[in-house]
Design a protein around this ligand. Sequence first.
Ligand code: NAP
Length: 530
Amino acid sequence: MTLTGQQLIGNSESADSADTFQGMNPTTGKPLKTRYHEATTAEVDRAVSMADKIFGTFRDLLAERRADFLEAIVEETLALGDEFLELASAETGHPLARCAMERDRALNQARFFEELLREGSWVDARIDRGDSNRQPLPKPDVRSLLQPIGPVAVFGASNFPIAISVLGADTISAFAAGCPVIVKAHPAHPGTCEMAARAIISAAKRMNMPEGVFSLVQGKGNEVGTHLVQHPKILAGAFTGSLKGGRALMDVAAARSVPIPFYAEMGSVNPIFILPGALEENPEGIADGFVNALTLGVGQFCTNPGLALGIQSDQWDQFSALVSERVAKYPPSTMLHEGIHAAYTEGIIGRSENEDLLLLGESDAEADPSACEAAAYVFETTQQGLVNDPTLLEELFGPASTLVSCAGVDDMVAIAEKLEGSLSATVHGSEEDLIKFKPLLKVLQRKAGRLIFNGYPVGIEVCHSMHHGGPYPAASHSFFTSIGTRCIQRFVRPVCYQNWPNSQLPLALQDENPRGVWRMIDGERTRDEL
Ligand code: NAP
């Protein structure tokens, strides 16, 4: 496929600005050949106006038509073939197998939403029948369901160029909800974004979707994304990335004269609590699992464990030694781009200079900075070390973690209390441990979006029950998830119809229940007609 590096606005291409940038291959440090044009504000405005203009048409399509659109996106993405994976690999340094895994994950996710649409009950239709004879006042007929919010701006993260980018759950769930999407391409993988966008546009054309249902704008600086979020016709934003970027855009969304919901999924420290029963049973297995979770994807997952806590004991010392041995074997590997590599290097230097931290282990082999390589590091400290330097409780993006030895249960609970909101918290233990450490579990329930028992936080199942979010700063709104079918709820709002004529109601609210969806009628779940 020939990439043009232009903005893809509906079915047209545009390159108003002569300012260009290139993607970089982090492994070679060399720029890739295509030049991408910075979007101008006029181009962003055109994309948003087009999306706004066709919103009503797209929203009113039968759900099956939108499901067919998602199916076509899957087909068009598969038709991109290996060229797509090779480009994603060149732009990110991810091995080809990882890129293939990401593509399959993204497409499975799209199929999930396709099924959700065909089944239809996700609209949460509710009907409370009226009663004109009710005393002292007649009861109105009240019905409600979830309806799409309007054009959505999407920002993907650099670490998932396929699964959390143009083809990620943000775009797909917004389409499923009935919202047009404008994606701001990630400057670290602009070509992968363009190829994925072309697949979506081909699918949209083939399925006769209204032009403007999808656009892609490119940009290396923050201006393009900021202008997009400020645009009055954008009605929601979805972001995955750093706390710094997410917070900046949240503030932009909140400062508008009409503020909009901005769903930011950000970084997280993902603590692991290793309780005595688990250490007694399986120290080797937990050390293997922990180091694997820490180094997977060169530590560039939002769910890599940045802290592991245990109670001071001989078993804990033995566990620390096992971790140290395993970390030494980790071969330094290429990070996503120079910016992330520089931030990681700076973070490691800062930790190495911290007198409360002991370097417990590091990769034996030396990292090659010219290939953006990162070595793995594990530090050790105590509760006092965390008190002295609260930045240790923040995400350091990369294969580094800190073991914290606690004096006892109270110490561990006190540290848990200090944790910021996290995407996940993990507990390794026996069932007896869970009883003994109940106060800890109560704290964790307030701190994290996903609680894992005897497992590891990396690897997030795409399913109906998944919650990938958490209290701030893990996410901007702790109620919402960015993975799993529930994430469609970010792009809809309940609309209530009172005493509305049956024929003019949305299908899911009509007496006959023509779509056969589950509804709540007078408080009871049923698929029956009225
Ligand atoms: P990033 O630097 O925040 O970039 C994400 C996107 O936001 C990019 O398109 C970027 O474009 C844009 N952006 C950043 N700052 C902006 C600003 N001030 N104004 C306007 N746009 C802005 O994040 P990243 O380095 O790609 O990703 C790594 C981070 O993502 C890690 O912290 C990781 O934990 C997190 N992450 C979270 C999840 C999750 O599900 N919670 C998943 C994966 C990754 P520009 O570069 O053009 O500004």
